[in-house]
Design a protein around this ligand. Structure first.
Ligand code: CDP
Length: 227
């Protein structure tokens, strides 16, 4: 079997990873997989099923329930996008709340959750050429990915982007809460023991602070063409 091509796009929160990853996948006719949405989906499940209770994770309940979680990516007929489904329901629009953002890093640092998601990530790479974005894609999930990118921008710029996106989606939030969440998550994601957020040695790091999406897309596609 010819091995599949993998493009990893890692970085801190709200650097535009998912938007650019989706665009690159479309351009190259690859499958786009949003790994953050998997951690968000598990968090959503935990909040709905009392596994996160009083801001704490019931760890025993979490491990008993992991096998009841069915995560898949398929075409959502409503918007024709490849989207996450949780137990056969499209839930992407429910995953972007501040409540999920405030709990997701606690869920994402659990070893059993990471192993559970790792299996799903590897499963997709067997079937398709993929673009996957996240925190540990180029370091832990696919250390042999053919092309690796790492996106950065200042926390203020990232919070502004996320705030406008959330407002556009009708969420009632304040800029300071969004900024605080981004700073807290960056810290939690980079300092955890399991698969911490870090720049892969062989990644191209891109500061997206002043780049338009078209400019960012060109940098990524040029790099792929020339390497
Ligand atoms: O959209 P944003 O960049 O804010 O976050 P996301 O990509 O949806 O990821 C949400 C959270 O999931 C992150 O803050 C991490 O805690 C976790 N995550 C992870 O641990 N590993 C990944 N590969 C992707 C996300």
């Amino acid at each position: 079997m010819v091995s599949k091509v993998i493009i990893s796009i890692d970085g801190t929160s709200s650097t535009g990873k998912s938007t650019i990853a989706r665009r690159i996948a479309k351009k190259l006719n690859f499958t786009y997989i949003d790994s953050g949405s998997m951690y968000r989906a598990v968090t959503y499940f935990c909040l709905k099923n009392g596994i996160i209770f009083n801001n704490k994770i019931e760890k025993k309940k979490l491990s008993e329930n992991l096998e009841k979680i069915l995560i898949d990516f398929k075409l959502n007929p409503i918007n024709s996008q490849n989207e996450i489904s949780l137990n056969n329901n499209f839930i992407d629009s429910k995953l972007r709340s501040l409540e999920i953002a405030e709990h997701v890093s606690k869920i994402a640092k659990q070893k059993n959750v990471r192993n559970f998601i790792l299996k799903i990530q590897h499963h997709y790479s067997k079937k398709n050429n993929i673009v996957m974005d996240g925190r540990d894609i180029g370091t832990v999930v696919f250390p042999n990915a053919k092309y690796k990118f790492f996106l950065t921008a200042s926390s203020k710029t990232r919070a502004k982007r996320r705030y406008h996106e959330m407002k556009k989606n009708g969420l009632n939030i304040s800029f300071s809460d969004v900024l605080e969440n981004i700073i807290t998550r960056d810290k939690d994601d980079s300092t955890r023991t399991n698969s911490p957020l870090k720049i892969p040695d062989d990644a191209l790091t891109i500061n997206t602070e002043k780049l338009s999406l078209d400019e960012l897309e060109k940098i990524i596609l040029d790099h792929i063409k020339n390497n």
